[in-house]
Design a protein around this ligand. Structure first.
Ligand code: FEO
Ligand code: CA
Ligand code: CA
Ligand code: CA
Length: 621
């Protein structure tokens, strides 16, 4: 497909100063609206949100979840004023969720089934119909037939190499065809056939094995002692009599009690999950062919008719890797409007080749295939270590170790420049990169607390690439070894995380919990730049330097304590939707905070924010 014809697009706003308040701050001429906050009911079965934490698990199952993250707008009309918004709910804050926080008994055990169910239901994905009103405000259409929740308990199908594998067999799914729930949904993606992709990131922390761990569990870092992240498996009472909806999170083998032997439960997690937003009550499908790790996001590369589709996904943990999946089926543009979207997902996402990236010091890189015949760095093949593809997928990171992938500084979101086709990836930070671990050319800074954005161009064959570093995070006052991109007060940033190009070629960068040097100046933010405008005299793409740093501009700043994450737009570019995750007080203003009744916990609410120009014209330019 040819890139959109853009006459040297320019950013149409001036960089705003940093901000450290309990409100959002946005470029002059823009306004921001709170939309679909945690707890807002979306079906008739959910009661109105109560600010004392008294909503029950059933309310939560029928309302927006907590800690919004990746999101995508799927239009329902040509004008883009009516659509379905899919929103990830990454994790929870027990203190805000319940009247009494996590409410444990004297033995440190959870005592309320309903509270645990509420926590599970606050995770996952919300699908909600929204419409633009004449006032310029967006409205959630309560109880629309398309509205629904996918939670940490929703039954989902398994597709791809691990479907029906022995390694997926549980008492709940004796044929290994299903798993319950999606957890820690961080970044997202979307497909050209109109489906939403939600990515399971820090799922290992929800499971525990107190017996001997498998090599795969060891590699991914499953808990082996104490309790899981929220202690869902630690309900008071006799575990053998307890319902498996909670005990399944303890994956310690239980050979004496087959009905409670959930040793394979975690194997149903760690995937890219596909959802059809346009079809009521449709079943979500876990696409195992795309690998099993802490998926940050899932981004589809530039589409070419008759060529395979590429899906990029980073493993967000220190020293982990960057992956891509290449479909076996070539892209057929007729599939952009299919009668059965999930069948189209089957076509492109169940068969193909998973690769992991090696970035070499000379500015080139290689995609290493994670297949039985894929080479290992010691001169063998992966078949020397794995019996079949399903085993490779289950322990994707272990296979990537053997192949010789490059350990990165926490790969987060990835996005494709629609003008040049270059792939951009945020590497958020890695303060554990030290003399002992060493650096590599693609991750060149020790104690990388500011992070950087790397980019690459695929070769014709798509098996190798050339790369460079687009921008280094830094505070404005950083020395020449730190402020390598010449940033100033107006664009200093740390910990790039969310990353999204819009279809015009504007790249939007979001930050998550920066280094103190930047945090002392500003809360998390959104910056914008048009990378295809940055060329040298010979017309080659160039990076951010002190000479052109003014092209990187601060557009938005979030409220105190938050992370700004997830970005999607209406097709006419007049509304941008982003998520505000884990705000400290917001959307209570500091005044409202004073009005909070004495003794009542303050309940901040993660939320979507809809950003529009006051005059309703396309934003950003
Ligand atoms: Fe959930 Fe990698 O941020
Ligand atoms: Ca993230
Ligand atoms: Ca992050
Ligand atoms: Ca987060």
């Amino acid at each position: 497909e040819t890139p959109p014809e853009v006459p040297q697009l320019q950013l149409g706003f001036n960089s705003i100063p940093g901000s450290k308040t309990d409100a959002v701050s946005v470029a002059e001429g823009y306004r921001a609206q709170v939309l679909a906050p945690w707890g807002q009911p979306i079906t008739a079965d959910g009661a109105a949100w109560q600010d004392d934490g008294s909503n029950n698990a059933n309310d939560q199952e029928n309302a927006m979840g907590m800690h919004h993250d990746g999101l995508h707008f799927f239009p329902l009309n040509e004008a883009g004023t009516d659509g379905v918004l899919c929103v990830n709910h990454e994790y929870i804050d027990q203190n805000a969720l319940h009247p009494m926080g996590s409410d444990k008994d004297e033995n440190g055990l959870r005592s309320s089934l309903d509270q645990v169910r509420k926590e599970i239901n606050a995770h996952g994905v919300a699908v909600v119909r929204i419409q633009l009103q004449d006032s310029g405000e967006w409205l959630v259409i309560d109880n629309d037939p398309l509205n629904r929740r996918y939670t940490g308990a929703t039954v989902m199908d398994i597709a791809g190499p691990l479907a029906n594998s022995d390694m997926l067999v549980t008492p709940f799914s004796p044929d290994g065809s299903q798993a319950r729930g999606t957890l820690n949904n961080c970044g997202n993606g979307f497909t050209p056939w109109g489906t939403y992709l939600t990515c399971e990131e820090n799922w290992p922390g929800y499971f525990i094995n107190t017996a001997e761990t498998t090599a795969e569990q060891e590699r991914i870092g499953l808990d082996t002692s104490g309790t899981t992240r929220y202690g869902w498996e630690t309900l008071a009472g006799n575990a053998d009599e307890m319902d498996d909806e909670f005990t399944r999170f303890n994956v310690t083998p239980n050979a004496d009690n087959a009905s409670q032997d959930y040793r394979n439960e975690a194997n149903g997690h760690g995937y890219i999950v596909e959802i059809d937003p346009y079809t009521e009550n449709s079943r979500a499908v876990k696409r195992t062919a795309l690998g099993r790790f802490r998926h940050e996001g899932c981004t589809i590369g530039k589409l070419t008719q008759g060529q395979p589709i590429t899906f990029y996904s980073g493993h967000d943990a220190r020293f982990e890797y960057m992956y891509k999946f290449v479909s076996a089926a070539p892209w057929d543009p007729a599939d952009a409007n299919p009668s059965d979207r999930m069948a189209t997902g089957d076509k492109y996402m169940n068969e193909g080749t998973l690769y992991v990236a090696r970035f070499d010091a000379d500015g080139t890189g290689v995609w290493l295939p994670l297949t039985l015949t894929g080479a290992t760095k010691d001169g063998g093949v992966l078949a020397d270590h794995f019996a079949n593809l399903a085993e490779i997928i289950l322990n994707t990171a272990g296979a990537a170790d053997l192949a010789g992938a490059t350990p990165m500084d926490r790969p987060e979101w990835c996005s494709i420049d629609p003008v040049t086709g270059s792939v951009y990836l945020t590497l958020t930070n890695n303060t554990r990169r030290n003399e002992e671990t060493g650096t590599n050319a693609a991750n060149p800074r020790l104690n990388n607390k500011f992070g950087h954005i790397i980019r690459w161009d695929e070769s014709e064959s798509m098996t190798d690439f050339s790369w460079d570093i687009f921008v280094f995070g830094s505070d404005a006052g950083g020395d020449e070894l730190t402020n390598l991109s010449g940033l100033t007060e107006f664009n200093q940033f740390a910990s790039p995380d969310g990353l999204a190009f819009d279809a015009r070629g504007v790249m939007w960068v979001q930050t998550d919990n920066g280094a103190d040097e930047v945090e002392d100046y500003t809360n998390d933010q959104i910056l914008a730049v048009i990378p295809s405008n940055l060329t040298d005299e010979e017309g080659n793409q160039t990076t951010i330097t002190s000479a052109n740093q003014g092209e990187l501009r601060r557009f938005f700043v979030g409220p105190n304590g938050c992370e700004v994450t997830g970005l999607t737009m209406t097709p006419d570019y007049t509304t941008m939707f982003v998520s505000i995750q884990h705000p400290k007080n917001w959307p209570y203003s500091s005044n409202a905070q004073e009005e909070t009744p004495a003794g009542m916990a303050l309940r901040p609410r993660a939320s979507v924010v809809a950003i529009r120009k006051v005059d309703g014209s396309p934003l950003g330019v």
